[in-house]
Write a protein that binds this ligand. Structure first.
Ligand SMILES: *[C@@H]1O[C@H](CO)[C@@H](O)[C@H](O)[C@H]1NC(C)=O
Ligand SMILES: *[C@@H]1O[C@H](CO)[C@@H](O)[C@H](O)[C@H]1NC(C)=O
Ligand SMILES: *[C@@H]1O[C@H](CO)[C@@H](O)[C@H](O)[C@H]1NC(C)=O
Ligand SMILES: *[C@@H]1O[C@H](CO)[C@@H](O)[C@H](O)[C@H]1NC(C)=O
Ligand SMILES: *[C@@H]1O[C@H](CO)[C@@H](O)[C@H](O)[C@H]1NC(C)=O
Ligand SMILES: *[C@@H]1O[C@H](CO)[C@@H](O)[C@H](O)[C@H]1NC(C)=O
Ligand SMILES: *[C@@H]1O[C@H](CO)[C@@H](O)[C@H](O)[C@H]1NC(C)=O
Ligand SMILES: *[C@@H]1O[C@H](CO)[C@@H](O)[C@H](O)[C@H]1NC(C)=O
Ligand SMILES: *[C@@H]1O[C@H](CO)[C@@H](O)[C@H](O)[C@H]1NC(C)=O
Length: 766
């Protein structure tokens, strides 16, 4: 790791949960004839044969609008879309829009919306090994192409070196754009595509060239560099974060290739326009990516209004796996984003690693506390200050400390109900103390908030120090030191407190999130173009940093999907998801149910989906629950959409809704009850599994259910004689009483070859 400023060798990052929460577009002033940006979905079968391309047809439509001024004809078209939908985006006045909506072939209109954003150790934590399992079987993801829709990429990062990689496959149609501080020569055999999309944002009045971002695929924010290196960074030795988390950094699929589609722009809170996201996804499909990873999202809205859902379904139809972050709106329930059933929706888990400082008191007591302070300073034999004469509490509220009393001392600050440690660090710093010890019940702090030597102690440790201070008039800190990384922390993983939880607001009957992956304190490459944090007079810069968010979890799953795609070229996106879900771990490293990091209590599938991803097991799932495009159409048939809404989602005029009661062949089960349900209630699910394991396999069904739930499987034995064979069964779930909270159990198919194909069965009241 390089440091670009002063002599401090570590740098830290912060919880950037740059999950893109789309804010409704109410920015345009609404004088009646003001132009606004719209996405217009057209039925391409209406294109007259005289137009050789869709774009020429789109331009013609726009130019022919009676109210269109000649001067606008050229500029009004932003993008012409060919893959995610047939249509375009343009600046239109209300009268132009209504004229357009009357044209034959008009399918749907969407108003522009704007959004803002939402591993050295992690691959090892996932169980990936060089000697056996998925890494060697998949040749580390060789020749699979992962496209990321993000803030851009810092191509010089060591994580994107192409050591050991072969020339770009001929099927690849992508390019590396020229632009500000970026040229095609920045690409190599690892980074094989880099494009940027900002027309929509600029049409909305945002000047991206002005102290805002690089007008090119280069990453200003750092987020896209982080997600890219997490998914497929090559190995880099001595990556670290100001000394924390040192080791070898490598992506989940270090042999896979990367293509960046920059659709998020800006510095601290990157923004994006729906038109640009759609253009990026359209291009990624055209270029030939195998996997798409989106650490962004929009406000939850029905699928016929959700451009990511529509574009993803188009990608899925072409066999492209789409992985999306679930959002950072936890721990509230009903908060998942990107929950369409064709998307792999990823929640964030903690990893088994802590960042610590150590405190030794004059009485010999030694304690470890949480600290991300980036310098290995030592504090020795310093008075401890805990209010006047150590008899009063020191709340360290704003302006409460007297510099004369605390200068040169270590200040001990009490817990307050809000758990706001950030403002206390500021106060201790303002008053000129040497260091701070902060007692808290609930810690919400970003790594870069540790801008002075600080140690955070949770409950029991805190009361030991408090008791010592109150019992002694001349209490002293013998020693404080920083920069310790501790592995093997238990319990881990936990569902990170910020990770969005199910049920899904749009389709509560499909369990979301699907899966948990590492998303808290993930170390990966960042853009070393700006200070990461300030410590005293120093601005610290780093090229590897710890970020947290479901943004960080999604690229882990994209990497695992790339590895699986490398082993099983013919698997559908749903088969890959099924393998990941049915082999996930619902237990932590203490063999208990994964906990919720917010409450410390056992979490449920509404928090962790099928469980925490286990890549080596996903390589050999035994059975898969496959789903094809037609099945998703059937699913949509049951939502009661109008014909126009249906055609807007599936981009076709003809479809058949065969069977209104058919279930999506999903690898998890949700029984929904409402306040009018009478109990006991029974819900039957039909499923079909495909044998991808051994030829002769006999599976027996095992059900695990809590009181109040009964799971019956018919037949309860599946006898396969060859690979590829399919067998159907019915799962009958009986719920005996109304339950305030959710209850859940499991259906597991177990064969004689040690395959365990596990699915959560959840009952919720909506
Ligand atoms: C590449 O972009 C830079 C910056 O925008 C510009 O100065 C340069 O002329 C461009 N080069 C080519 C070959 O277009
Ligand atoms: C954007 O900012 C640049 C630099 O200040 C300026 O030259 C340019 O004219 C601006 N463009 C628009 C459309 O405002
Ligand atoms: C605190 O200590 C100072 C001097 O050390 C003394 O003057 C003062 O009376 C003490 N106050 C209390 C409340 O004990
Ligand atoms: C601390 O100092 C005060 C005032 O000097 C004295 O009254 C008190 O007994 C002392 N407490 C202890 C624990 O030594
Ligand atoms: C779930 O969220 C959606 C959208 O955010 C909201 O409309 C709905 O009322 C919520 N449902 C519940 C049960 O909270
Ligand atoms: C299918 O279900 C939807 C929603 O429940 C309903 O509106 C529609 O009439 C049903 N269609 C048929 C063919 O039963
Ligand atoms: C069920 O809930 C809805 C909305 O919360 C309410 O309007 C309705 O009266 C409830 N019905 C019963 C039977 O409680
Ligand atoms: C559900 O399945 C069970 C057998 O598993 C069957 O006895 C029952 O009739 C089914 N109920 C419905 C409503 O289809
Ligand atoms: C499974 O099927 C094979 C071939 O039909 C048959 O020989 C075998 O007895 C069956 N096993 C069981 C347990 O049903």
């Amino acid at each position: 790791m390089k440091n670009l400023m002063k002599g401090i060798s570590n740098l830290f990052s912060n919880y950037l949960w740059l999950f893109l929460a789309l804010v409704a577009s109410n920015t345009a002033m609404s004088t009646s004839e003001e132009a606004q940006t719209y996405i217009v979905h057209m039925d391409h079968s209406n294109k007259p044969a005289s137009f050789s391309t869709h774009e020429s047809w789109h331009r013609y439509i726009l130019a022919s609008l009676s109210s269109m001024q000649d001067t606008y004809k050229e500029e009004t078209l932003l993008y012409s879309y060919n893959h995610v939908m047939h249509g375009f985006s343009a600046r239109l006045t209300p009268s132009q829009l209504s004229e357009l909506e009357k044209l034959p072939g008009h399918r749907a209109t969407y108003r522009e919306s704007y959004g803002k954003l939402f591993t050295t150790h992690t691959p090892k934590f996932l169980g990936l090994k060089h000697s056996s399992g998925l890494w060697p079987a998949a040749s580390y993801g060789k020749d699979v192409i992962i496209g990321l829709l993000d803030t851009g990429i810092w191509p010089e990062s060591s994580s994107f070196n192409d050591r050991g990689m072969t020339p770009v496959p001929e099927r690849w149609k992508g390019v590396c754009e020229n632009g500000t501080a970026f040229s095609p020569s920045n690409c190599n055999f690892k980074l094989i595509g880099a494009r940027s999309f900002s027309k929509g944002l600029q049409a909305g009045g945002i000047n991206i060239s002005k102290d805002f971002d690089y007008d090119s695929p280069r990453d200003f924010e750092g987020h896209g560099t982080h997600t890219s290196s997490t998914a497929a960074g090559n190995s880099v030795i001595t990556a670290g974060h100001f000394g924390y988390a040192k080791g070898t950094s490598r992506g989940v699929a270090p042999g896979a290739r990367l293509a960046m589609y920059k659709v998020l722009w800006g510095q601290d809170t990157a923004k994006s326009a729906a038109t640009d996201v759609l253009a990026g996804m359209d291009q990624a499909i055209a270029d030939g990516v195998d996997i798409m990873s989106l650490s962004l999202g929009f406000d939850q809205t029905p699928y016929f209004n959700d451009v990511i859902a529509i574009a993803s379904l188009s990608a899925i139809e072409k066999g492209i796996v789409v992985v999306c972050a679930a959002g950072n709106d936890g721990p509230s329930h009903n908060s998942t984003h990107n929950g369409a059933p064709w998307i792999i929706t990823v929640g964030a888990g903690t990893v088994d690693r802590s960042f610590l400082g150590t405190l030794t008191l004059a009485n010999g007591l030694t304690l470890e506390g949480i600290s991300y302070f980036p310098e290995s300073v030592y504090i020795t034999n310093t008075p401890l200050y805990y209010g006047k004469n150590n008899t009063n509490k020191a709340n360290c509220e704003r302006s409460s400390l007297d510099p004369i009393e605390v200068t040169g001392k270590v200040v001990l600050c009490d817990n307050n109900p809000e758990g706001d440690v950030y403002s206390k660090i500021s106060e201790v710093k303002r008053a000129g103390a040497l260091a701070g010890i902060f007692l808290t019940d609930k810690l919400i702090l970003d790594p870069e908030d540790y801008s002075m030597p600080s140690l955070v102690l949770e409950k029991s440790g805190g009361s030991l120090v408090r008791n010592y201070a109150m019992a002694t008039n001349s209490s002293m800190v013998k020693e404080m030191k920083f920069v310790t990384t501790k592995l093997g922390i238990k319990p881990a993983p936990q569902a990170a407190y910020f990770s969005s939880r199910g049920p899904d607001p749009i389709s509560p009957g499909v369990l979301k999130p699907d899966i948990l992956a590492p998303g808290q304190d993930v170390l990966a490459a960042v853009a070393p173009n700006k200070p990461f944090m300030e410590v005293g007079i120093y601005s610290l810069v780093t090229d590897y940093a710890l970020y947290s968010g479901t943004s960080m979890a999604a690229p882990h799953v994209a990497g695992v999907a790339a590895l699986l795609k490398s082993v099983y070229r013919d698997w559908s996106p749903a088969a890959i998801r099924s393998a990941i879900m049915t082999t996930a771990d619902a237990t932590d490293n203490t063999h208990s149910t994964i906990r919720d990091s917010w409450t410390g209590l056992p979490a449920t599938p509404l928090d962790f989906g099928a469980g925490h991803i286990n890549p080596n097991k996903a390589m050999n799932p035994g059975l898969i629950y496959d789903i094809g495009f037609k099945d998703y159409v059937e699913f949509l048939c049951n939502l009661g959409y109008t014909d126009q809404q249906m055609s807007a989602v599936i981009r076709k005029n003809l479809w058949t809704c065969r069977d209104n009661s058919s279930d999506l062949n999903y690898p998890s089960f949700v029984v929904t009850a409402s306040n009018v349900t009478t109990f006991p209630m029974v819900r039957n699910f039909t499923r079909v599994v495909t044998n991808v394991g051994d030829d002769n396999s006999i599976y027996r069904a095992i059900s695990e259910s809590p009181s109040g739930m009964r799971i019956n499987i018919e037949p309860n034995t599946l006898n396969f004689t060859s690979k590829g064979q399919k067998q159907g069964f019915v799962v009958s779930v009986e719920i005996n009483q109304k339950d305030q909270s959710s209850i859940y159990g499991y259906l597991k198919w177990v064969d004689q070859h040690n395959h365990v194909v596990s699915s959560p069965v959840v009952a919720i009241t909506i």
